[in-house]
Design a protein around this ligand. Structure first.
Ligand SMILES: C[S@@+](CC[C@H](N)C(=O)[O-])C[C@H]1O[C@@H](n2cnc3c(N)ncnc32)[C@H](O)[C@@H]1O
Ligand SMILES: [Zn+2]
Length: 353
């Protein structure tokens, strides 16, 4: 870690100081699995866990098991590094994201969270984990490959139902079939293999439970793919992050103004990205700045076609599959892991986890 990153990390707003010696709770250890062998782990002295088959030891820091699968492929390591920096640099939690979050979760409703166990795969700074807990989930596990888990830890420390793990969605350090609901919002399109991520996450769902993802769409994103994406590829690799962070502030201000203006253009036909701008129009400049930075600094981004997402859900053995257009430029995919007992299939407009 560079000096500037260290001071940035120290500056992360965290109302409750880290307890470096905290152990993970037993309820979490029961759900963990060695990412290589997929068998359970056991406590190995203070601050450690050990695979019961291969004996690999995993460090626990601040109550968060660090269960990365050995050496990461270069593209994954770059992504982890970029997002670790990003969330330490933009740690603020904004309540205004809630409406967007509920849209991303649809057809899963707030009521569906009541009393269930949830995996937030790629939890970033922990905002959806906090929301899931607020909506009544009995247990929420946040998984992220990057140092973002430390930001999430700071934000969720007071929650009695949220636990965190550092690990890869492609080789989740979690027991098979452990969760009623596995969701992943804005994550798998940043992995080198989104299809494999669906497969790996589907395995974490209990029989009869639900997998739900939100991804960037290929459709409706021609401008972003043709203009923003080439810029992203240059910026992510060549320009220092601090410069991009500073440079994206004026863009954030412009986008904030455009979003506010879009509210006045309701009667004008053919305003591009209308639904997207309307969503943004309720956000503060700081929130929109973080979104602009996020769009430009991810080393890997895929824009996924609706039919591809559907095929990946089918290939993962999921049923009752629903692919939903989210604001004309992204997709949600929702599917159920078949159970031994027949499930009753999709239920009207809603869903039941
Ligand atoms: C755009 S952020 C979204 C975070 C969060 N879901 C949200 O919406 O606030 C993407 C997150 O996915 C994580 N991520 C990317 N690749 C991952 C992987 N292979 N395994 C686990 N997490 C990953 C990043 O570290 C980052 O925190
Ligand atoms: Zn092992």
């Amino acid at each position: 870690m560079t000096k500037s990153e260290a001071s940035l990390e120290a500056a992360v707003a965290c109302p409750h100081p880290a307890d470096q010696n905290a152990d993970p709770p037993a309820r979490l250890i029961r759900l963990l699995a060695c990412p290589s062998c997929r068998v359970g782990v056991e406590p190995a002295g203070p601050g450690g866990l050990r695979c019961t088959r291969c004996g690999t030891e995993y460090v626990v820091r601040d109550g968060v098991p660090r269960m990365l699968p050995g050496e990461l492929p270069e593209a994954v390591a770059e992504t982890a590094d970029a997002f670790g920096w990003q969330w330490h640099s933009f740690p603020q939690q904004y309540r205004a994201f809630r409406e967007e979050a509920l849209e991303w979760f649809s057809p899963i409703t707030p009521a569906d969270f009541s009393g269930i166990s949830v995996l937030d795969a790629g939890c970033g700074k922990g905002r959806h984990a906090l929301l899931a807990a607020e909506l009544g989930a009995a247990h929420v596990v946040g998984l992220d490959i990057s140092r973002a888990v430390d930001v999430a830890r700071g934000a969720t420390r007071e929650s009695p139902v949220i636990d965190l793990v550092q690990g890869d969605v492609l080789t989740p350090p979690l027991a098979r079939g452990a969760f009623d609901l596995v969701y992943s919002l804005g994550v798998i399109h940043h992995t080198p293999e989104p299809r494999a991520a669906i497969q790996a996450l589907a395995a974490c769902v209990r029989p009869g439970g639900t997998l739900h993802v939100w991804v960037y769409g290929h459709e409706g994103n021609a401008f972003v793919r043709r203009v923003v994406d080439p810029l992203r590829r240059q910026l992510a690799r060549r320009v220092p992050r601090k410069s991009v962070r500073a440079g994206t502030f004026p863009l954030g201000v412009l986008l904030t103004l455009a979003a506010r203006l879009s509210r006045r253009l309701d009667r004008v036909p053919c305003v591009p990205y209308r639904a997207y701008f309307r969503g943004l129009s309720k956000y503060s400049v700081g929130h929109i700045w973080a979104i602009v930075y996020d769009q430009l600094m991810a080393p890997t981004t895929h824009y996924i076609k609706g039919h591809e997402l559907e095929e990946w859900f089918q290939a993962a053995g999921l049923t009752d599959i629903r692919i939903r257009d989210s604001r004309g430029m992204s997709w949600t995919g929702t599917g159920r892991r078949p159970s031994d007992r027949a499930t009753s299939g999709p239920r009207g407009e809603g869903w039941s986890v």
